[in-house]
Design a protein around this ligand. Structure first.
Ligand code: UD1
Ligand code: CA
Length: 419
């Protein structure tokens, strides 16, 4: 969107997380919290994004993509001070700025889009998001005049008894005309109680000067949840997990039991695939069309599953590619493995991919048959249509095409007759 830039505030300490990991890098469905905020700004077409960093800024900076501009807030002197630290970057900019917090993973693009839309069509100086909640404690309250216009935001600590009764609160999401914003920021005074500069004081400064300020109210206040604690983290995980499952179902994937299915945010699954109960699909996994996964399956990062593959109960698959129409119907483990097409991986097959120092690869070519309870001590290659007899231990060997191998350690004993 033309003339729209975003400032994301992420300098805070996140003390209540009780963590060595910066708050915005804690993961929700396999993706850091701040990534959800960045995705929203991208979706609304923000031209440039500034992230304000302070506490543990190096770690966060390492995570952020190159096109994000980072700004250091030297001392954590409050939200107004945080925004003001971007002033030199935005000095000659005359468009709108969106201000978001780095710890709100549930905000949707639709909400932000409607905020910007209202801001622009009403030609407001500031438009911000509010919500009506049962427990407004801790939030800034919206003060309105007799005509219902917002005139100030009163922080919890500064609110009078009557003001504390107000259920409409500030969600911390704003769209400002950049020029007005920075002009007012320089007039914000340090709050005597908290010894901080409040961004929320800008609202009163603007309305005192006759500038137009409006709000939009979210229908779904849970969207604005800021993650402050591990409990908040779990709450966001539950919301996003549902969104991911719904999106999969909307794209033609059957999820038999959403209550027991865990799929990370960046997973892609093809249509007509059925995900059975108690299945966990972690980040960086792709599953083709017409597959059957689970119950009780775990697909770990780096897994690529082709079309019409069947993965049954108690199967774990990691950094592994499985070709079309192959089956692994029962318990087992495949790691660092490439499986061709039409392969049968018998019950209890284990690739011993780690020798204590290195992870070694296993290759199982098209049409191979791995008998039950076999261990493939990598590196191993199983040729096309080769057979590994039940209970074999194949130790760092290449089995030729059409061979039949068995025993401990496995040796080639025969060739298959028909091929
Ligand atoms: C803020 C709002 C409050 C609103 C609430 C919504 C102010 C003064 N109050 O309160 O009206 O209801 O959000 O969640 O703005 N940050 C910095 N630098 C700082 C201080 C904070 O970057 O010096 C960042 C934090 O990392 C966080 C965001 O600003 O991402 C909000 O700060 P926080 O201290 O959580 O504000 P609240 O007290 O929740
Ligand atoms: Ca907060």
């Amino acid at each position: 969107m033309k003339d729209l830039r975003t400032i994301i505030l992420a300098a805070g300490k996140g003390t209540r997380m009780k963590s060595d990991v910066p708050k915005v890098l804690h993961q929700v469905c396999g993706v850091p919290i701040i990534q959800y905020v960045l995705d929203v700004t991208k979706a609304v077409g923000s031209e440039k994004n500034y992230v304000v960093l302070g506490h543990k800024s190096d770690t966060i900076q390492n995570y952020l993509p190159d096109d994000i501009i980072t700004v250091q807030q030297k001392k954590l002197l409050g939200t107004a001070d945080a925004v003001r630290s971007t002033e030199s970057q935005l000095k000659s900019y005359r468009g709108d700025v969106l201000i978001l917090c780095g710890d709100t993973p549930l905000l949707t693009r639709e909400t932000i889009k409607s905020l910007v839309k209202k801001h622009r069509s009403a030609k407001n100086s500031c438009t911000f998001l509010t919500g009506v909640v049962h427990e407004p404690q801790g939030y800034g309250r919206i003060i309105r005049d007799q005509k219902g216009r917002p005139v100030a935001i009163r922080e919890d600590k500064d609110a009078s008894g009557l003001e504390r009764e107000i259920a409409e609160i500030n969600a911390g999401v704003y769209c400002f005309q950049s020029r007005d914003l920075f002009e007012m920021l320089n007039l914000v005074e340090k709050n005597p109680l908290k010894k901080e500069f409040y961004l929320t004081d800008v609202i009163e400064l603007l309305t005192d000067r006759g500038k137009k300020v409006q709000t939009i109210q979210t229908e779904n206040f849970s969207e604005t949840l800021g993650v402050n604690s591990r409990a908040d983290l779990a709450q966001s995980e539950a919301v996003i997990r549902r969104r991911i499952l719904n999106e999969c179902m909307n794209k033609g994937v059957s999820i038999i039991d959403p209550n027991t299915t865990y799929i990370n945010a960046d997973v892609k699954i093809g249509r007509d695939t059925v995900i059975k109960p108690f299945t966990v699909i972690e980040s960086d996994v792709r599953v083709g069309e017409n597959c059957s996964i689970g119950p009780f399956a775990r697909l770990r990062p780096g897994t690529r599953i082709g079309n019409s593959v069947e993965i049954g109960n108690f199967s774990e698959v990691s950094r592994t590619k499985i070709g079309e129409s192959s089956i692994m119907k029962h318990f087992g483990f495949l790691g660092d493995t490439t499986v061709g097409k039409h392969v049968n991986v018998g019950a209890g097959t284990v690739t011993a991919n780690y020798d204590g120092e290195n992870k070694n690869p296993t290759k199982i070519a098209d049409g191979a048959f791995i008998g039950s309870d076999s261990i493939l001590v990598a590196p191993v290659k199983v040729g096309k249509k080769a057979v590994v007899g039940a209970g074999s231990v194949v130790v760092k060997t290449n089995l030729p095409d059409n061979s039949i191998a068995m025993g401990v350690p496995a040796r080639v004993t025969k060739r298959r007759e028909s091929s």
